[in-house]
Design a protein around this ligand. Structure first.
Ligand SMILES: [Fe+2]
Length: 503
């Protein structure tokens, strides 16, 4: 376990063109959130030296422990984490998307800091790529140089009225630039989304006054080859989402069968006994006042009572399980993303084997790196991407990985929290990306990453009927952490049956 994390950290720094000294690695491994610390290190290390030293780690840790630092432990259990404990416990928190409330008092300054953080994190992934030759800040571009490259955040995408070429406006930290992406060119095949960060190779025309033409588009993406995390034994994790406890449509009968299965009372007892972890990707309860006239759909109308009931339901599962739960847009935390973990008074209603984390969060289960995100941004990405639909959420998840961002679009249906660190950047690339929100079930793979949209335990509501969402409920994905092979269990008709979506 600790060995897997060690390899992962070394690979992560290599991917970012840095060499990690042994002393620095040792300190990183003993930190509560080694990947959050690694990212901070990379952000501060700059490009002057390729080495990351122990002193550099110590400097950041010293700053953290200064009275102004905002690094509050989420739960006493996690805070007590050490490398020795990690080796014994197969759950490891790597980093949470929510890093504390906004610090800037002016909203404009706070959002500026957020977008700067996004730009820097994603630009770091793109820098140094051979397909982005002669990389320049926008202000230093020279038309006379012919072929140049820039890294920019997409500000505007429009089409020329007659020929339907794309006119793209991108910003970097030095300025903004308009460019032409010819219709039918390879770069125009993937829709540009607002606020995503892309690398662009530009050809300048010899004619004065003409905007440059894009000859190549490079997205941050997941490396096509990299070291993947794998468990050293065939232990398994189960992935669930969108329980919606408190809703009249909560599928209590299917849930009862899930409990029976996990307790080993059924034909799949061996499979059940191999499951160590359960991950729940948000919408733990149905909440209150989430959509118009929701009260008609509620069986429990008090939010505290909904979480008490959630606690009772989770306590029905065997207490040997490690349960990881993040909130969703129905949960009683700020809706702006990244969302914090449940407040202590609600988390206290859950069994002690539940790790309540922020949305999104990255953690490791027996060495396999998992990013769990509820998926609210489907509401923005599906309308923005031609051909995308709630029925095929994993297609949208591939696009998230290509952008290395979970929710790039600002100002639409997904509220973004103006935090100084953009916790929605996908960093590191996970071995498993799990979402919910779509209330459907999807399994796919992209460049070695297992993509899961983890169903729901709520049947169709009136509101979903109105929005034309047909749920695929009561599915549980069971993943072997040694091989990442997956079995789908379908509880929709009672006792579990092996579903068809095996990958
Ligand atoms: Fe939901």
């Amino acid at each position: 376990m600790a060995g897997a994390l060690r390899e992962h950290l070394v690979a992560y720094f290599e991917e970012n063109h840095k060499l990690l000294e042994a002393g620095a690695l040792q300190l990183l491994l003993s930190d509560r959130q080694p990947l959050a610390l690694s990212r901070e290190l990379l952000a501060r290390a700059g490009e002057a030296s390729p080495f990351v030293t122990r002193e550099m780690v110590e400097e950041i840790l010293a700053r953290r422990h200064a009275p102004t630092a905002r690094s509050e432990p989420l739960s006493p259990g996690l805070a007590a984490s050490s490398s020795a404990r990690r080796a014994a416990v197969p759950f490891e928190l790597l980093c949470e998307g929510f890093t504390g409330p906004p610090v800037a008092s002016q909203p404009i300054a706070a959002y500026e800091a957020l977008f700067q953080s996004r730009f820097r994190a994603l630009a770091r992934m793109l820098r140094g790529r051979p397909d982005l030759p002669n990389l320049r800040p926008i202000r230093e571009l020279r038309a006379s140089e012919g072929l140049s490259s820039v890294i920019g955040m997409v500000r505007e995408v429009r089409e020329t009225p007659q020929r339907h070429h794309i006119i793209l406006t991108v910003d970097d930290e030095t300025g903004s630039l308009e460019m032409l992406v010819p219709k039918d060119s390879p770069g125009s095949r993937v829709t540009f989304l607002s606020d995503e960060v892309v690398g662009l190779t530009l050809a300048f025309s010899k004619e004065a006054g003409r905007i440059p033409r894009v000859t190549h588009v490079e997205r941050p993406d997941v490396p096509s080859t990299r070291a993947m995390g794998r468990a050293s034994a065939p232990r398994r994790a189960m992935f669930l989402s969108d329980l919606h406890i408190g809703s009249r449509s909560f599928l209590s009968e299917s849930w009862a069968h899930l409990v029976e299965f996990l307790r080993g009372r059924g034909p799949q007892a061996d499979l059940a006994a191999s499951i160590d972890h359960v991950v729940i990707a948000g919408d733990l309860v149905d909440g209150i006042g989430i959509y118009p006239r929701q009260e008609r759909d509620l069986a429990i109308t008090d939010v505290l009572e909904q979480y008490s009931e959630l606690g009772r339901r989770l306590a029905e599962l065997p207490d040997r399980l490690t349960i990881v739960a993040i909130p969703g847009n129905h949960d009683a935390v700020s809706p702006a993303e990244p969302q914090p973990s449940l407040p202590l008074n609600l988390a206290a209603l859950l069994p002690t084997n539940v790790h309540s984390l922020s949305n999104p969060s990255t953690f490791s289960l027996s060495g396999v790196v998992i990013e769990a995100y509820h998926g609210r941004s489907f509401d923005d990405l599906i309308p923005a991407l031609p051909g995308a639909s709630y029925a095929r959420p994993t297609e949208v998840m591939k696009r998230m990985l290509q952008m290395r961002h979970l929710a790039p679009i600002y100002g639409d249906r997904t509220p973004l929290a103006p935090l100084p660190h953009d916790g929605l950047v996908i960093d590191p690339a996970p071995d498993i990306l799990v979402t919910g929100h779509a209330h459907t079930y999807g399994v796919d793979r992209y460049r070695g990453v297992l993509l899961l949209n983890a169903s729901t335990w709520q049947s169709e509501t009136e509101y979903q009927r109105m929005r034309n969402i047909s749920p695929v409920p009561a599915r549980a994905a069971v993943v072997d952490l040694e091989t990442l092979r997956l079995v789908t269990l379908d509880f929709s008709a009672g006792r579990p049956t092996l579903g068809g979506s095996e990958a």
